[in-house]
Design a protein around this ligand. Structure first.
Ligand code: DCP
Length: 153
């Protein structure tokens, strides 16, 4: 944010992601392999640290959601994925961003927690057994959608 040229013209930019000139969308990947989906445990900020999420991050200017998803998974998990259809309903975050989830398939590489505390493959039964408190608030509503996706066919 310090290097963002918008910041000089817009004093609110540093504190308010809604007005920093970057896209307001965040994408998250439901990487599904057979009957399991990949969740990762956030390392930061403190309020979210240790909670499970679908890995992802902010869309950069000029990127499609699919491109952002592929980049974020490469950065965060060191693996190559192909983005698929949307899953669940987009979620408005408290900071003015909107979070979108997409299915993704592994193309190559072995995912690893490069920026997360941990990553783990969950079956639908394991997702249902998760305590909601242990899931990032914005992602909690997607658990039933993820279970359905894992149990179809
Ligand atoms: N987020 C979420 N659930 C997810 C992924 C993200 O609630 N599955 C939220 C957390 C943050 C915002 O979306 O409020 C941005 O996520 P990240 O911090 O993971 O994304 P970046 O690292 O891209 O953010 P920045 O570029 O601002 O550092």
């Amino acid at each position: 944010a310090a290097a963002n040229p918008e910041s000089a013209a817009n004093p609110e930019a540093a504190a308010n992601p809604e007005s920093d000139g970057r896209p307001r969308d965040v994408v998250a990947a439901a990487v599904i392999d057979r009957d399991r989906v990949l969740l990762a445990q956030r390392a930061h900020p403190a309020a979210l640290a240790g909670k499970w999420e679908l890995p992802g991050g902010r869309v950069e200017a000029g990127e499609t959601h699919a491109q952002a998803l592929v980049r974020e998974i490469r950065e965060e998990l060191g693996a190559e994925v192909e983005a698929g259809d949307g899953i669940g309903t987009p979620v408005a975050l408290p900071n003015g961003l909107t979070l979108h989830a997409y299915r993704a398939r592994l193309r190559s590489g072995t995912p690893a927690a490069l920026e997360h505390l941990e990553m783990r493959w969950f079956t639908a039964a394991e997702l249902r057994a998760l305590d909601a408190e242990d899931v990032v608030p914005a992602d909690r509503g997607w658990i039933p959608d993820l279970c359905r996706a894992l149990e179809e066919t």
